[in-house]
Design a protein around this ligand. Structure first.
Ligand SMILES: [Zn+2]
Length: 254
């Protein structure tokens, strides 16, 4: 996109710009433009999120779904902008290292491979792990479920549409047994048996690093919300012996 402006200004040397590329100012103004555009995207997402929560309250499901589509487009834009910025970072590094670089060609190949990678990633990778998208879904969820933790976006409930493949465990990561009074942390959305996590928290001066492997979020008692949905699943599992999540793979619509 705006890299073309940079190349216009260096037209006489394009094709084989020798390092050190002494145009820090050009890069600085490029970065400024990226930041402005990112800011614009984030503002759009924030506005869509607030509007969607209001519409959810008015039960305007179709409008909410439309806004969700818009937020996904914004997330795509955010990704695209970040990819371009990273391509420019890399370009700058190459030039500073003294390499001869074809500005446009190098930028385009760097950006294209990142773009392709994004295009080929799953819905789960694109959206369900994006902080803005999660926030959007969270705000809508809270309208009708103020006291209940939001299900993980790639999870599934029997009457929900399945969008991802990851299974949601019915077993506590601390006790490794079936959940007893499952509670979910607000921050990282991991779930534990209530007594088990409370014991850990109290033993550690009222805050503990999430015991789920790979998670580094701090948990306090205050962050925990009862997870009735998982509790129902565990109850069902105790009765039937069937893990309700076993069906997920067959229902996947992705
Ligand atoms: Zn966690």
């Amino acid at each position: 996109m705006r890299v073309s402006r940079s190349s216009r200004n260096t037209r006489d040397s394009i094709g084989s710009v020798s390092a050190p590329f002494n145009e820090g100012k050009e890069f600085d103004s490029l970065y400024r433009e990226f930041n402005e555009m990112l800011h614009f995207v984030v503002r759009g997402i924030t506005f869509a999120t607030e509007t969607a929560a209001d519409l959810e309250e008015a039960n305007e499901k179709e409008e909410v779904a439309n806004l969700e589509g818009i937020v996904r487009k914004y997330v795509d834009m955010e990704n695209n902008l970040n990819n371009k910025r990273e391509a420019i970072d890399e370009l700058r590094t190459k030039m500073n290292a003294g390499n001869k670089v074809d500005l446009v060609e190098t930028f385009e190949s760097l950006h294209e491979s990142a773009f392709e990678e994004y295009e080929n990633s799953t819905e789960n990778e694109k959206y369900f792990q994006n902080e803005y998208y999660i926030e959007f879904r969270q705000k809508i969820w809270e309208v009708n479920h103020p006291d209940e933790a939001m299900p993980t976006l790639d999870g599934n409930d029997d009457d929900d549409i399945v969008m991802g493949q990851q299974k949601e465990s019915l077993f506590c990561p601390i006790t490794t047994l079936l959940f007893e009074e499952p509670v979910t942390g607000k921050v990282c959305k991991h779930t534990y048996s209530k007594d088990a996590i409370l014991q850990l928290i109290r033993r550690n001066r009222n805050t503990v690093v999430c015991p789920v492997a790979g998670c580094d979020k701090h948990i306090t008692e205050h962050d925990l919300i009862p997870n009735k949905r998982i509790e129902r699943k565990v109850a069902r599992y105790r009765v039937t012996g069937n893990d309700p999540m076993d069906d997920v793979e067959y229902m996947n619509i992705e």
